[in-house]
Design a protein around this ligand. Structure first.
Ligand SMILES: [Zn+2]
Length: 107
């Protein structure tokens, strides 16, 4: 969204996720891009880049997973750039709580 270019990543995170699902607040989430394809930053087109293909193959080895794949139970728009670390007990517990569908969640 070009109108968001002047926002900081934190501001963008706040606006792109429903209340309660902004994983950046946990400190375990990160947004990634492909430096050779900057036009795909924060776009579903990032999924077509070599960087994304590398992530798909290698992220699990480093205990990262895609937070919002297509059809995620939270109902958050597909965000191929947004990954979360699940490599220790605290982070796993954080996301176990967060990823439970919440009835009447406001967006
Ligand atoms: Zn993000």
């Amino acid at each position: 969204m070009s109108e968001n270019r002047n926002q900081t990543k934190a501001e963008r995170a706040l606006t792109s996720a429903p209340a309660g699902y902004s994983e950046h607040h946990t400190g375990y989430a990160i947004d990634l891009g492909d430096g050779d394809n900057p036009s795909t930053h924060f776009s579903v087109d990032f999924a077509k880049t070599p960087a994304f293909r590398w992530l798909e193959r290698n992220a699990p080895r480093y205990s990262f997973e895609l937070s919002f794949p297509p059809g995620n139970p939270q109902g958050v728009a597909y965000e191929p750039w947004h990954w979360r670390f699940t490599g220790d007990r605290e982070s796993l517990e954080t996301f176990f709580r967060v990823t439970r569908p919440v009835p009447n969640a406001t967006r």
